[in-house]
Design a protein around this ligand. Structure first.
Ligand SMILES: [Zn+2]
Ligand SMILES: [Zn+2]
Length: 142
């Protein structure tokens, strides 16, 4: 589990922990994910680091972050693929009009229900992970 606010020292430790060499581009990309409260696209981090890192490195780094579980993919039902830091377990509410995203963490009841669903299943015993996104309209767009 990662801390909410990460420092450069943390980035170095995290990369080491995940068996990734600590390069400056990896640090910079990790910093972008940690500084962003919302899921972002690979191209968003590219836009922020345009003059510092080439596009191929960004995509390669994001793919290796995903592989070691440092970031996770979020399904926002959009054309582009979104990722966020894999630090704490939460779910999302998404506005279908403006794209606003809110995290929610009031999970305990939901998590219990999901556990019961698996218990009742005759064909599934182990669930490795789950994601839950609610899609609707935010108060600004009503
Ligand atoms: Zn909206
Ligand atoms: Zn959950």
């Amino acid at each position: 589990m990662l801390k909410e606010k990460l420092l450069i020292e943390d980035f170095k430790n995290i990369l080491k922990e995940k068996g990734l060499k600590c390069t400056s581009s990896r640090e910079m990309i990790l910093e972008i994910f940690s500084g962003n409260k919302r899921p972002i696209r690979a191209e968003d981090s590219y836009n922020k680091l345009k003059n510092k890192i080439d596009e191929a490195t960004i995509y390669r780094t994001i793919s290796s972050f995903k592989k070691v579980g440092l970031i996770r993919r979020v399904n926002l039902r959009r054309e582009s693929v979104y990722f966020e830091l894999n630090n704490d377990h939460h779910h999302h509410i998404v506005c279908e009009k403006c794209g606003e995203i809110e995290d929610f963490k009031e999970n305990s009841e939901i998590e219990k229900i999901l556990g019961r669903i698996v218990e009742k299943s005759s064909r599934f015993k182990i669930i490795n992970e789950h994601s839950l996104e609610l899609f609707g309209v935010c108060s600004k767009c009503i």
